[in-house]
Design a protein around this ligand. Structure first.
Ligand code: ADP
Ligand code: ADP
Length: 229
């Protein structure tokens, strides 16, 4: 379960300026499709539309054939795990932030997810530098650390569909490689839409879609695209 389809999707934040101009693609259940393209092409917009932070202006998005407009917000959020570009964390402990949306998770499960995302040293602390559950001063997390919290949350949640929007962009290259390996394990068997800047981070994708100014300019496997360019 979990086939995602965009059918002739059009979208604009501002009616004067179309962002997506009739976009069609499919992420078959359990497969990984990566979207690459220059900054401003509309890549993040695709992930926001799938999560229904905005509604399409034309065309439709379906999951297993059902228009996402007919899926309740809570069930949509339960089936999609999103690691956004800029993670906003609650002013509570990292543990709370990881457990968010999976309140039945045991401490051991939270800790295992934190370890996979390499954030286990921080879970008793607050992301914003306030008093924490242990009364220590929390530290201010860097962008990369916040992203690891979002990754740990997604690992814990284990949803059928993953949306990774430049999920490791804020990490140093060593940590990025390690987290990428963890994400690949998490993505195995799940439907994954990966939004990326660099082709090198998405070698394993089943299909790569190159987006340019709201339209697909090229598509194919990693080796097909390398051969063509
Ligand atoms: P990408 O992820 O490919 O860099 P985005 O999807 O973030 O591109 O943005 C596509 C275009 O939409 C950009 O020109 C951006 O300035 C514009 N845009 C993004 N978010 C908003 C918004 N909330 N309101 C208005 N315009 C936006
Ligand atoms: P509900 O209204 O169904 O309770 P929530 O807002 O509590 O939904 O969110 C449910 C899940 O969706 C959480 O696990 C959380 O990770 C995820 N989520 C909610 N909002 C966002 C967002 N803006 N970006 C990424 N993930 C989000």
């Amino acid at each position: 379960a979990g086939t995602v389809r965009f059918e002739d999707v059009q979208f604009s934040y501002d009616p004067e300026r179309p962002i997506l101009k009739g976009l069609s693609f499919e992420v078959p259940a359990g497969k990984t499709v990566a979207i690459v393209g220059p900054s401003g092409a509309g890549k993040s917009t695709i992930s926001r539309l799938l999560f229904r932070l905005y509604d399409v202006s034309g065309g439709k998005i379906t999951i297993d054939g059902q228009n996402i407009r007919d899926i309740t917000q809570s069930s949509l959020r339960a089936s999609i795990g999103m690691v956004p570009q800029d993670t906003v964390l609650f002013n509570d402990t990292i543990r709370y932030n990881i457990r968010y949306g999976r309140w039945d998770a045991t401490d051991a499960e939270v800790e295992a997810a934190a370890a996979m995302a390499q954030i286990d040293g921080f879970i008793r602390m607050s992301p914003h530098g306030y008093e924490t559950e242990v009364g220590e001063r929390g530290l201010k997390l860097s962008g990369g650390e916040k992203q690891r919290v979002a990754i740990a949350r997604t690992i814990l949640k284990g949803p059928p569909i993953l949306v990774l929007d430049e999920a490791t962009s804020a990490l140093d290259s060593h940590t990025e490689r390690e987290i990428q390996d963890q994400l690949e394990k998490v993505a195995r068997g799940r439907t994954s839409l990966v939004i990326a800047h660099r082709l090198s981070t998405i070698v394993g994708a089943d299909e790569i879609i190159v987006l340019d100014q709201g339209r697909i300019s090229e598509r194919g496997t990693h080796s097909q695209l390398l051969a063509a360019n």
